[in-house]
Design a protein around this ligand. Structure first.
Ligand code: BG6
Ligand code: MG
Length: 223
């Protein structure tokens, strides 16, 4: 199966916005009196806004009416948007441009499968919107990661069957989503944590495209 598309996550893969999501959720959890650390945050990476809020509420044993939940989610997002206000092309991780150039030269499609409703804005700030052949609209995804819907939606829009796609993720939920979509999974982060990935690199700049494309020589394992 040759690789015909690479579908990227955004936060924590192409730029360090995962850290800003963490800071905004931490502040909210603190206000609610719920203990929240980086280990908790690993469970939240890739999880959509309301799902993340629910995780924190559940951890604190808090039950709130939906209008209060909406207010809290809105407050977190306002804080997050303040934190990312000044990001620019300088915040794109090293190695992304050369990687995209190589993918384009090889005729491999580039997709984005981010759970973030802020993704289009972040891509704009990073100056990479035009690099993508398709960007998923997180607001139109019914079942968030770890469900495979978002990766399958991007593959379908690109017109490329899942078994010819590679997904690139920093989150446990995202890797599950990729594997359940029947794609090859590349993890960005710690090997000990991202154990289900077919390949793991500490940072996107270390991704070895030749090694990734070699994955296409064996059948993807469904997670
Ligand atoms: C994912 C992040 O990309 O997007 C999560 O990993 C975040 O941390 C999720 O909660 C939703 O983002 P947003 O911007 O729609 O609140
Ligand atoms: Mg991520």
């Amino acid at each position: 199966m040759s690789i015909k598309a690479v579908i990227f996550d955004l936060d924590g893969v192409l730029t360090d916005t995962a850290e800003y999501h963490f800071q905004a959720w931490s502040a909210l959890a603190h206000k609610l009196g719920v203990p929240f650390d980086r280990q908790d945050n690993e469970q939240l990476k890739g999880v959509d806004r309301m799902g993340s809020l629910q995780f924190i509420l559940d951890k604190g044993g808090l039950q709130l009416p939906s209008d209060e939940k909406d207010m809290l989610a809105k407050a977190k997002n306002t804080h997050y948007q303040q934190l990312i206000e000044n990001i620019s092309d300088a915040d794109l991780f090293e190695g992304v441009h050369p990687l995209f150039n190589r993918l384009k030269q090889a005729g491999i499609a580039i997709g984005l499968a981010s759970a973030s409703k802020n993704a289009a804005m972040v891509l704009n700030k990073l100056g990479i919107s035009a690099a993508f052949d398709y960007v998923a609209d997180a607001a139109a995804i019914r079942q968030g990661k770890p469900h495979p819907e978002i990766f399958l939606t991007v593959a379908k829009a690109l017109g490329i069957p899942a078994q010819h796609c590679v997904g690139v993720e920093d989150s446990l939920a995202g890797l599950q989503s990729i594997l359940d979509a029947g794609m090859y999974a590349v993890g960005i982060g710690e090997k000990q944590l991202l154990t289900d990935a077919n390949l793991v690199y500490a940072q996107i700049g270390q991704l070895d495209l030749d090694e990734v494309l070699m994955l296409g020589r064996k059948a993807p394992t469904t997670g």
